[in-house]
Design a protein around this ligand. Structure first.
Ligand code: SF4
Length: 558
């Protein structure tokens, strides 16, 4: 008997042909990205093991599995491959748990595409979600198993609670559950939630970013006033392999950007031993690259004023790289001010990670804006220990960050926001200027390597009503989209062949589609911009007609 069957959201379980950024592809509207192209580029799903379990699963699902295994045996808890869920969901199954990031397509990138293309057609994430829900509901028909969803995408059901009913979902669980998974699974399976332990409802934030609780029968979260997060000692280690060989390094951040929920969580740093054990699980299951997850790797055991802790970072990466079978590793997220101020540190980390022209270290960086004013308003600490102003302008710090990253073969994948609180037209033009300048810059005779993805901040009310046209993107917001996609098309044409992986045919197919797709995307965005009256020639040249002599010398932190 399998008491608890865990199933990943399908979009978190494809390999996306191991091409950077393709993981974002399911955010595209299904009427813009043809099914044939989507199906090819999403690659393969994690293969099933002979008994129908999934060989790889999203990290968050493996964590829940590990938490349940603290109390139950391996026969009670199964991470099922999607094609085999009917083999595990039986009459005595108590809970089917699904983890998700963006089930309904209300996430920022997905909304950005919907708004840009002025479409209410379902994005691929939502189509895939409905397909999975239908499959699970068919398998559980006539059985008692409760369907429970969790993960970072649960907030979307707060906005669209009617979707819980439509998808046959019994409960949505919000929050970290490492220490309480057995209790919550047992209680949800019984349909009897102990109100002395849990709260029937969910936590959200008011306009001042303070926690606020709202009652709801279908939601369950940790009880207000009780510890809201597990301590480091309460976090179990994964027992099965994860997608992309991901392992966690830390939780929380503490830098304090005013739009970021992560900063409200306590910082918990995994010990090297914990990281080693998780990476070993992945290495034993075939991964030779380790993705080290955090929201800000350079904050790992940081010093005063968020100075990077060189000893902690170098020994952490050395530990990972010494694991038998591991040939490469890269952190998932980091700040741009650290390479700007500490190029020698990045050089040392590159040495440990064996970075070279054939082994670039990919890292996501939330650069958010090119505007000095908005950077100071929303994220004044993001450059610590550097200070915007005395250590250079925000754009100088970003420029030097890319320069030093690239010099040591790190390729940042930036995100920028449009529609931030307090944004004015000039702020977006500064973002255009930043993109153009970097897109036309060189380091050691090589062009700057970075990608940049614009994301739209959409008020929740507009997401709910799906009134995207009422957003009426301004000229300067469209200019940010155009500048970003122009640079992405350039990068796609330059790098698609070298980065594509797999067999010869797969590589040729992937690189051609990426290169042509980047160009087509740019032409599509250009058509939209021209139709709405944007002077694209102005965007192309904005901020680069002057020489780069105005870039200040590299900031060095004393
Ligand atoms: S640095 Fe990143 S993770 Fe940390 S608070 Fe700012 S946006 Fe959030």
């Amino acid at each position: 008997m399998t008491k608890f069957v865990l199933i990943p959201d399908a979009t978190l379980n494809y390999d996306y042909r191991n091409f950077p950024l393709l993981d974002f592809m399911p955010c595209a509207p299904s009427n813009v990205l043809p099914e044939m192209v989507y199906s090819f580029l999403r690659g393969s799903s994690s293969p099933p093991l002979p008994d129908g379990r999934a060989k790889y699963a999203p990290y968050s699902l493996r964590k829940i599995e590990a938490a349940l295994l603290m109390k139950y045996g391996p026969g009670d808890v199964v991470v099922a491959h999607e094609d085999h869920i009917q083999d595990f969901i039986k009459d005595d199954t108590e809970v089917i748990g699904v983890t998700t990031m963006d089930p309904l397509g209300a996430g920022p990138l997905t909304m950005s595409y919907s708004i840009l293309f002025e479409t209410t057609a379902h994005p691929w994430v939502r189509k895939e979600w409905y397909r999975l829900m239908d499959r699970i509901n068919t398998a559980r028909k006539g059985k008692k198993a409760k369907l429970v969803v969790g993960g970072p995408g649960v907030w979307e059901f707060m906005l669209f609670p009617e979707e819980l009913e439509r998808c046959g979902i019994d409960y949505a669980f919000q929050g970290e559950a490492d220490d309480i998974a057995p209790a919550i699974f047992e209680q949800l399976g019984d349909g009897d939630v102990d109100s002395s332990m849990f709260y029937h409802g969910y936590m959200s934030f008011d306009e001042n970013f303070r926690r606020a609780y709202k009652d709801s029968d279908r939601f369950v979260t940790r009880k207000p006033g009780s510890p809201n997060y597990p301590s480091l000692e309460q976090i179990p280690l994964i027992q099965g392999a994860t997608m992309k060989g991901m392992a966690e390094v830390m939780r929380g951040c503490g830098v304090g950007c005013d739009f970021c929920e992560v900063t409200l969580r306590p910082s918990r740093y995994y010990t090297h031993e914990m990281v080693r054990k998780e990476v070993e699980v992945n290495a034993r299951n075939g991964w030779d690259n380790a993705w080290l997850h955090s929201d800000e790797i350079f904050a790992y055991k940081h010093g005063r004023l968020f100075e990077p802790n060189e000893e902690a970072l170098t020994s952490l990466l050395s530990t990972v790289m010494s694991i038998p079978g591991i040939k490469s590793a890269n952190p998932t997220h980091g700040r741009i001010s650290i390479p700007a101020a500490y190029p020698e540190l990045i050089g040392k980390l590159s040495g440990i990670l064996r970075a070279d022209p054939s082994n670039w270290i990919g890292i996501q960086v939330g650069v958010e804006t090119g505007s000095e004013r908005l950077a100071k308003m929303h994220m004044p600490n993001k450059t610590l220990p550097l200070r915007i102003g005395s250590d250079g302008s925000w754009q100088d710090i970003v420029w030097w960050g890319v320069h030093n990253f690239n010099r040591h073969f790190w390729r940042p994948a930036f995100t920028v926001q449009v529609g931030q609180r307090g944004e004015e037209e000039e702020d977006n033009w500064e973002t255009v200027e930043m993109i153009n300048r970097m897109s036309n810059s060189y380091v050691d005779g090589r062009p700057f390597e970075f990608t940049i993805t614009p994301m739209q901040n959409v008020p929740l009310g507009l997401i709910k009503n799906r009134k995207f046209d009422s957003l009426n993107l301004s000229e300067s917001q469209l200019a940010v989209y155009y500048a970003a996609y122009r640079h992405l098309a350039k990068m796609a044409a330059r790098d698609s062949t070298s980065v594509a992986s797999g067999g010869l045919l797969g590589r040729v197919g992937t690189s051609s589609l990426i290169s042509i797709g980047g160009w087509l995307m740019l032409k599509g965005v250009e058509r939209i911009c021209r139709r709405r009256g944007l002077d694209v020639e102005k965007v192309k040249h904005y901020g680069i007609d002057e020489q780069r002599s105005d870039i200040k010398p590299a900031p060095v932190h004393a």
